[in-house]
Write a protein that binds this ligand. Structure first.
Ligand SMILES: [Zn+2]
Length: 342
């Protein structure tokens, strides 16, 4: 999507969008069914098939709480632009070109009455495998990408390796955790992040409100840095629920953690996702859309991980998305603490 609107205009829209979406943080989960009244795109409580990610709503809240955050994000975007050329290649100057190793800490908080939320090591391993495949473009389904996107598809991967650092488990009486970062604070019964400047912390706990997951963008407070995912949408085996049982919620949320925006830019036609090789769109796509799907005069890239489609129907990033994410690890980048000093 081409960059047309300013960041300020984008944030204005993000604020506007957040005001009409206020998931209850105390909703309970019964019989494995999540109450979904607050869920975007749902037609009724029996229809629970649409992806819902709370990352932009959480960002809007954090921008209100921290007046300096908008400026920090703008600086990170400027830094990304410096390294990303139009076709997604990374500038040679001060770029980190090695493999980025990202140690992952899995923080599991489960309801004592729902032991299935205390997911198995096998379920964790299955999610690690998906992250490594998707971010390195070794996922088998990427071959389904239409030839129309042959130039944009990132074929070589982000060259990042996610390694399991440790698993922390904690029992709780809470049934859902909401989107206000309570799961990241021990005083709220949560688990504090482990060295977030050098680890990707993932909290696996039931969020509630039909939310599959949410992430914090780079530039935010380190004490809440990381990704949150509900256990039934994490990994590919064990306590998982179709159609979000292929580990793509984590791919999407870690994409945000790596500074990627939703592919439609969280606004109408012309609103930017700060990546030049993703087609402009005005809304998320759900389910498994037919190809071609056309909006804003473009054939949409509904199979991009940063859309809202089902796990089986998203399987690619673009070169521009790779360049934007990799810039975080270059000299002066917001996540350069993960790589050797350059
Ligand atoms: Zn999202």
């Amino acid at each position: 999507m081409k960059k047309i609107f300013t960041l300020a205009a984008f944030f204005g829209l993000a604020y506007g969008a957040s005001s009409c979406f206020e998931p209850s943080i105390e909703e309970s989960v019964a019989d494995g069914h999540i109450h979904s009244a607050a869920r975007i795109g749902d037609e009724d409580d029996d229809h629970k098939k649409d992806r819902s990610c709370a990352t932009m709503e959480v960002l809007a809240e954090k921008l209100q709480e921290d007046p300096e955050l908008a400026e920090k994000l703008k600086e990170i975007d400027k830094h990304a632009d410096k390294f990303a050329s139009k076709n997604g290649r990374i500038s040679a100057a001060a770029a980190y070109t090695g493999t980025v190793t990202i140690p992952v800490v899995i923080n599991i908080i489960y309801n004592s009455a729902k032991p299935q939320e205390n997911i198995s090591d096998a379920q964790i391993a299955s999610q690690m495998n998906v992250l490594n495949a998707d971010f390195n473009a070794t996922n088998a389904d990427r071959g389904q990408t239409p030839s129309a996107f042959a130039a944009a598809i990132n074929g070589s991967g982000f060259d990042v390796q996610f390694t399991l650092s440790k698993v922390v488990r904690k029992a709780s009486t809470k049934t859902s955790w909401g989107t206000r970062d309570a799961m990241k604070k021990s005083r709220n019964g949560g688990i504090e992040p482990t060295d977030p400047a050098r680890n990707l912390n993932i909290w696996v706990c039931n969020i509630g409100g039909g939310i599959l997951g949410y992430a914090q963008f780079p530039g935010g407070n380190l004490s809440t840095d990381g990704v949150v995912i509900s256990p039934q949408y994490f990994g590919t085996t064990g306590y998982v629920a179709a159609p979000f049982n292929k580990g793509r919620t984590a791919t999407h949320e870690v994409g945000h953690w790596l500074n990627l925006r939703h592919i439609w830019g969280d606004g109408g036609c012309g609103i930017d996702d700060y990546v030049s090789d993703t087609p402009d769109s005005d809304a998320p796509n759900y389910g498994c859309p037919a190809f071609p799907t056309v909006k804003c005069g473009n054939t949409l890239m509904t199979m991009n991980y940063m859309d809202y489609t089902d796990d089986a129907c998203m399987y690619m990033f673009t070169n521009g998305q790779k360049a934007r994410s990799r810039a975080l690890f270059n000299s002066g980048g917001a996540r350069s603490s993960f790589v050797p000093v350059q």
